[in-house]
Design a protein around this ligand. Structure first.
Ligand SMILES: [Zn+2]
Length: 395
């Protein structure tokens, strides 16, 4: 394993402090558009990447809210790989530490984005920079990519794929405790409405109670539907889940309600198209309700991740994670990330990075320095061990 020296470690910490010092928090998409949330991060990074000798392309997703794609002119051929991290963070509201000071104490660096995911951005940049200056780069064309608006369901990475940007493989920087993650579930969000007929509650026979109808829907989701979903199991992710998370209906205590709405959160293991699952849900629910009227008002989902374990990138990164983090086999996680849109576009994608997802989005977000250094060292080793060779092609 390649190790960082003291000087390189101090530079890496300073870079994390510079990145965390730039506020790129998203409260709402509207606020982010108004305040051009990622602009200052993009300006800082553009300068930093140019100092590393890279050429920087910019995709303006919204004004002042770009994706950045950087590479060394003339470096690499045939195959390509990106090291990627998102520029935005979640809001700093409710934080009990200074979100932007990036103080170092107790072997940790504290602030919004240290763990999710500016620490990983800094680790990736450091590994790329050192490997480049040592002239030990792989034969693949290397890209560093910084996306906007990941925390709003991967807006930036989806826009990057729509734009047509492609590489053969991607390492997406998120907190995995320096372990290799090759699978995550697909979120599926449904909004369902039942429609009845209102009347005075003293004469219930004159109306149709939409809340009572919805009770049958909820019973279906909890019982037969979850049962049906959980027949299928993924080796790394286990079973799909689906939960009713909001309910809304009725207008007055003495009126039979004519309308009831619920929202349902599904986490679906990869292997079957989401549309097929929704069609099945609709058909089975209709049968369960025996003709009672309901509608699926909206359906939203994001792609899952299920990278083959024999992919060369997995085969090359896995031994390093084993050596450094004691990991025995690739992992699956329940959260989703920029890996979803990348994988859907045909890019062999994995998640890897410093820190624990338990610290992401918290009031006292921090990143352990040992994790930060280790992530940079694993990336540096991956690059330099494969100097002159391909990471994404079987050798
Ligand atoms: Zn993140």
């Amino acid at each position: 394993m390649q190790r960082l020296n003291e000087h390189e470690k101090q530079r890496l910490i300073r870079l994390v402090q510079d990145l965390v010092g730039i506020n790129s928090a998203i409260i709402t998409p509207e606020q982010a558009n108004r305040e051009r949330t990622e602009e200052r991060m993009a300006e800082f990074l553009t300068q930093y990447l140019r100092n590393m000798g890279m050429t920087v392309q910019r995709q303006e997703v919204f004004p002042g809210r770009p994706n950045l794609m950087a590479h060394w002119p003339g470096q690499g051929d045939k195959r390509s790989i990106m090291l990627e991290a998102h520029m935005d963070t979640v809001t700093v509201e409710g934080m009990t530490i200074d979100p932007f000071a990036a103080q170092v104490r107790d072997g940790k660096i504290w602030g919004r984005g240290t763990c999710d995911t500016k620490g990983n951005m800094a680790a990736f940049l450091t590994a790329l920079d050192i490997a480049y200056r040592r002239n030990q780069l792989p034969a693949d064309k290397l890209y560093f990519v910084a996306t906007m608006s990941e925390e709003t369901c991967c807006t930036g990475s989806a826009a990057l794929m729509d734009h047509g940007f492609r590489t053969d493989a991607a390492i997406v920087g998120e907190a995995t405790r320096c372990r290799l993650v090759t699978a995550h579930k697909a979120p599926l969000w449904l909004e369902i409405e039942t429609n009845g007929r209102s009347c005075h509650a003293s004469m219930p026979d004159h109306g149709i109670n939409a809340i009572e109808m919805m009770a049958r829907v909820i019973e279906f989701v909890q019982g037969p539907w979850n049962h049906h979903l959980q027949v299928r199991e993924h080796p790394l992710l286990g079973k799909s889940t689906m939960q009713v998370t909001t309910v809304e209906g009725g207008s007055k205590i003495n009126i039979i309600p004519s309308r009831c709405r619920i929202q349902v959160d599904g986490r679906i293991v990869p292997g079957r198209p989401i549309d097929e699952i929704v069609t099945e849900f609709h058909a089975m629910l209709a049968e369960h309700l025996r003709g009672m009227p309901f509608q699926i008002l909206s359906q939203q989902s994001h792609p899952a991740l299920d990278t083959p374990l024999d992919a060369p990138l997995v085969q090359k990164l896995m031994p390093l994670c084993r050596e450094a983090a004691g990991q025995t086999a690739p992992l699956g996680v329940n959260y989703f990330a920029d890996t979803g849109p990348f994988a859907q576009a045909g890019i062999t994608s994995v998640l890897f990075g410093a820190g624990d997802i338990a610290q992401a989005h918290t009031a006292e977000e921090f990143l352990e320095l040992d994790q930060l250094f280790l992530a940079a060292e694993i990336m540096l080793t991956l690059l330099t061990e494969n100097a002159g060779m391909s990471i994404v092609e079987a050798t």
